[in-house]
Design a protein around this ligand. Sequence first.
Ligand code: 5GP
Length: 192
Amino acid sequence: MSEGASVRVFVITGPSGVGKGTLIRGLFERIPGLELSVSATTRRPRPGERDGVDYHFLTPEQFEERVRAGGFLEHATYSGNRYGTLRSEVLRRLEQGSPVVLEIEVQGARQVREALPDAVAVFIAPPSPEALRERLLHRGTDTPAEMERRLRTAEIELQAQYEFRHVIVNDEVERATEELAAVVRQALARAE
Ligand code: 5GP
Protein backbone atom coordinates (compact mmCIF):
# COMPACT_ATOMS: atom_id res chain seq x y z
CA MET A 1 0.00 0.00 0.00
CA SER A 2 1.70 3.21 -1.06
CA GLU A 3 2.01 6.24 1.20
CA GLY A 4 -0.15 8.41 -1.03
CA ALA A 5 -2.91 5.84 -1.18
CA SER A 6 -3.19 5.63 2.60
CA VAL A 7 -4.39 9.26 2.78
CA ARG A 8 -7.50 7.76 1.24
CA VAL A 9 -8.02 5.36 4.14
CA PHE A 10 -10.44 6.63 6.79
CA VAL A 11 -10.57 4.94 10.17
CA ILE A 12 -13.72 5.61 12.15
CA THR A 13 -13.26 4.40 15.69
CA GLY A 14 -14.80 4.82 19.15
CA PRO A 15 -16.69 2.72 21.66
CA SER A 16 -19.30 0.19 20.66
CA GLY A 17 -22.76 1.81 20.74
CA VAL A 18 -21.52 5.35 20.11
CA GLY A 19 -23.19 5.50 16.70
CA LYS A 20 -20.26 4.95 14.34
CA GLY A 21 -22.47 3.03 11.93
CA THR A 22 -25.14 5.75 11.78
CA LEU A 23 -22.58 8.48 11.14
CA ILE A 24 -20.91 6.38 8.46
CA ARG A 25 -24.25 5.86 6.69
CA GLY A 26 -24.73 9.63 6.68
CA LEU A 27 -21.20 10.11 5.43
CA PHE A 28 -21.84 7.78 2.47
CA GLU A 29 -24.98 9.75 1.59
CA ARG A 30 -23.01 12.99 1.57
CA ILE A 31 -19.84 11.88 -0.21
CA PRO A 32 -20.26 9.60 -3.22
CA GLY A 33 -17.57 7.11 -4.15
CA LEU A 34 -16.54 6.05 -0.64
CA GLU A 35 -16.31 2.32 -0.05
CA LEU A 36 -16.75 0.47 3.23
CA SER A 37 -14.29 -2.30 4.06
CA VAL A 38 -16.19 -5.42 5.14
CA SER A 39 -14.50 -6.79 8.26
CA ALA A 40 -14.01 -10.40 9.27
CA THR A 41 -15.27 -11.59 12.65
CA THR A 42 -15.73 -14.76 14.67
CA ARG A 43 -18.85 -13.32 16.33
CA ARG A 44 -22.13 -14.99 15.41
CA PRO A 45 -24.36 -13.09 13.00
CA ARG A 46 -27.12 -11.04 14.61
CA PRO A 47 -30.61 -11.41 13.11
CA GLY A 48 -30.65 -9.77 9.69
CA GLU A 49 -26.87 -9.64 9.25
CA ARG A 50 -25.60 -11.09 5.99
CA ASP A 51 -22.30 -12.85 5.37
CA GLY A 52 -20.07 -10.88 3.03
CA VAL A 53 -22.20 -7.75 3.45
CA ASP A 54 -22.17 -6.87 7.16
CA TYR A 55 -19.15 -9.01 7.97
CA HIS A 56 -17.26 -11.98 6.65
CA PHE A 57 -18.31 -14.44 9.35
CA LEU A 58 -15.43 -16.83 10.01
CA THR A 59 -14.87 -19.71 12.41
CA PRO A 60 -12.05 -19.17 14.94
CA GLU A 61 -9.97 -21.62 12.87
CA GLN A 62 -10.54 -19.76 9.62
CA PHE A 63 -9.74 -16.47 11.34
CA GLU A 64 -6.49 -17.83 12.79
CA GLU A 65 -5.49 -19.16 9.36
CA ARG A 66 -5.85 -15.69 7.90
CA VAL A 67 -3.82 -14.20 10.77
CA ARG A 68 -1.00 -16.66 10.10
CA ALA A 69 -1.08 -15.98 6.39
CA GLY A 70 -0.65 -12.24 7.10
CA GLY A 71 -4.07 -11.53 5.64
CA PHE A 72 -5.03 -8.81 8.10
CA LEU A 73 -4.10 -5.15 8.06
CA GLU A 74 -5.15 -5.15 11.71
CA HIS A 75 -7.01 -7.47 14.03
CA ALA A 76 -8.14 -7.47 17.64
CA THR A 77 -10.10 -9.41 20.20
CA TYR A 78 -13.13 -7.47 21.35
CA SER A 79 -15.59 -8.66 23.96
CA GLY A 80 -14.49 -12.27 23.48
CA ASN A 81 -14.67 -12.30 19.68
CA ARG A 82 -12.07 -11.61 17.02
CA TYR A 83 -12.41 -8.84 14.45
CA GLY A 84 -10.09 -7.83 11.66
CA THR A 85 -9.64 -5.81 8.49
CA LEU A 86 -8.57 -7.95 5.55
CA ARG A 87 -5.77 -6.41 3.50
CA SER A 88 -7.53 -7.64 0.36
CA GLU A 89 -10.68 -5.64 1.23
CA VAL A 90 -8.73 -2.40 1.52
CA LEU A 91 -6.30 -2.95 -1.35
CA ARG A 92 -8.92 -3.94 -3.88
CA ARG A 93 -10.86 -0.74 -3.26
CA LEU A 94 -7.83 1.54 -3.25
CA GLU A 95 -6.66 -0.02 -6.51
CA GLN A 96 -10.04 0.77 -8.02
CA GLY A 97 -9.42 4.38 -6.97
CA SER A 98 -12.00 4.43 -4.18
CA PRO A 99 -11.32 5.91 -0.75
CA VAL A 100 -11.93 3.26 1.90
CA VAL A 101 -13.69 3.63 5.24
CA LEU A 102 -12.93 1.26 8.14
CA GLU A 103 -15.31 1.05 11.10
CA ILE A 104 -13.21 -0.52 13.81
CA GLU A 105 -12.57 -0.51 17.55
CA VAL A 106 -9.69 1.27 19.21
CA GLN A 107 -7.00 -1.43 19.33
CA GLY A 108 -7.37 -1.95 15.60
CA ALA A 109 -7.30 1.81 14.95
CA ARG A 110 -3.95 2.01 16.75
CA GLN A 111 -2.55 -0.75 14.53
CA VAL A 112 -3.70 1.00 11.37
CA ARG A 113 -2.10 4.21 12.62
CA GLU A 114 1.21 2.33 12.92
CA ALA A 115 0.91 0.56 9.57
CA LEU A 116 -0.45 3.53 7.61
CA PRO A 117 0.59 6.78 9.32
CA ASP A 118 -1.17 8.83 6.63
CA ALA A 119 -4.54 7.21 7.19
CA VAL A 120 -7.07 9.64 8.64
CA ALA A 121 -8.43 8.44 11.98
CA VAL A 122 -11.52 9.90 13.62
CA PHE A 123 -12.66 9.03 17.13
CA ILE A 124 -16.42 9.24 17.69
CA ALA A 125 -17.18 10.13 21.31
CA PRO A 126 -20.52 10.09 23.18
CA PRO A 127 -21.77 13.34 24.76
CA SER A 128 -21.16 11.66 28.15
CA PRO A 129 -20.32 8.21 29.53
CA GLU A 130 -23.93 7.96 30.78
CA ALA A 131 -25.29 8.60 27.30
CA LEU A 132 -23.20 5.72 25.97
CA ARG A 133 -24.44 3.42 28.70
CA GLU A 134 -28.03 4.30 27.85
CA ARG A 135 -27.46 3.61 24.16
CA LEU A 136 -25.83 0.26 24.75
CA LEU A 137 -28.58 -0.80 27.15
CA HIS A 138 -31.35 0.19 24.76
CA ARG A 139 -29.82 -1.37 21.68
CA GLY A 140 -31.02 -4.70 23.02
CA THR A 141 -29.15 -6.88 20.56
CA ASP A 142 -26.95 -8.56 23.17
CA THR A 143 -27.47 -10.80 26.20
CA PRO A 144 -27.16 -9.12 29.65
CA ALA A 145 -23.73 -10.74 30.20
CA GLU A 146 -22.53 -9.57 26.79
CA MET A 147 -23.89 -6.11 27.52
CA GLU A 148 -21.99 -5.84 30.82
CA ARG A 149 -18.82 -6.87 29.05
CA ARG A 150 -19.34 -4.25 26.36
CA LEU A 151 -20.05 -1.56 28.94
CA ARG A 152 -16.79 -2.25 30.73
CA THR A 153 -14.88 -2.24 27.45
CA ALA A 154 -16.57 1.01 26.42
CA GLU A 155 -15.36 2.76 29.58
CA ILE A 156 -11.77 1.83 28.76
CA GLU A 157 -12.20 2.78 25.12
CA LEU A 158 -13.41 6.26 26.02
CA GLN A 159 -9.98 7.05 27.43
CA ALA A 160 -8.42 6.46 24.01
CA GLN A 161 -10.01 9.55 22.48
CA TYR A 162 -7.08 11.68 23.59
CA GLU A 163 -4.82 9.75 21.20
CA PHE A 164 -6.71 10.89 18.12
CA ARG A 165 -6.35 14.18 16.33
CA HIS A 166 -9.96 14.22 15.19
CA VAL A 167 -12.58 13.70 17.89
CA ILE A 168 -16.23 14.16 17.01
CA VAL A 169 -18.87 14.21 19.73
CA ASN A 170 -22.01 12.42 18.57
CA ASP A 171 -24.41 14.71 20.44
CA GLU A 172 -26.68 15.31 17.47
CA VAL A 173 -26.51 12.98 14.48
CA GLU A 174 -26.91 15.57 11.70
CA ARG A 175 -24.32 17.92 13.15
CA ALA A 176 -21.83 15.13 13.92
CA THR A 177 -22.27 13.68 10.42
CA GLU A 178 -21.56 17.08 8.87
CA GLU A 179 -18.41 17.40 10.97
CA LEU A 180 -17.26 13.94 9.88
CA ALA A 181 -18.00 14.74 6.23
CA ALA A 182 -15.96 17.94 6.54
CA VAL A 183 -12.92 16.01 7.83
CA VAL A 184 -13.21 13.50 4.97
CA ARG A 185 -13.72 16.17 2.28
CA GLN A 186 -10.66 18.08 3.47
CA ALA A 187 -8.47 14.96 3.49
CA LEU A 188 -9.65 13.94 0.02
CA ALA A 189 -8.91 17.43 -1.32
CA ARG A 190 -5.39 17.16 0.13
CA ALA A 191 -4.87 13.72 -1.43
CA GLU A 192 -5.64 14.95 -4.95
P1 5GP B 1 -20.10 -5.49 16.73
O1 5GP B 1 -19.94 -6.85 17.32
O2 5GP B 1 -21.01 -4.62 17.58
O3 5GP B 1 -20.50 -5.53 15.29
O4 5GP B 1 -18.66 -4.79 16.76
C1 5GP B 1 -17.94 -4.68 17.97
C2 5GP B 1 -16.81 -3.70 17.78
O5 5GP B 1 -15.87 -4.22 16.84
C3 5GP B 1 -17.27 -2.35 17.22
O6 5GP B 1 -16.61 -1.32 17.95
C4 5GP B 1 -16.80 -2.40 15.78
O7 5GP B 1 -16.51 -1.11 15.27
C5 5GP B 1 -15.54 -3.22 15.92
N1 5GP B 1 -15.07 -3.80 14.65
C6 5GP B 1 -15.80 -4.14 13.56
N2 5GP B 1 -15.01 -4.60 12.59
C7 5GP B 1 -13.73 -4.52 13.06
C8 5GP B 1 -12.45 -4.82 12.50
O8 5GP B 1 -12.29 -5.25 11.36
N3 5GP B 1 -11.37 -4.61 13.28
C9 5GP B 1 -11.47 -4.13 14.55
N4 5GP B 1 -10.33 -3.94 15.22
N5 5GP B 1 -12.66 -3.82 15.10
C10 5GP B 1 -13.77 -4.02 14.37
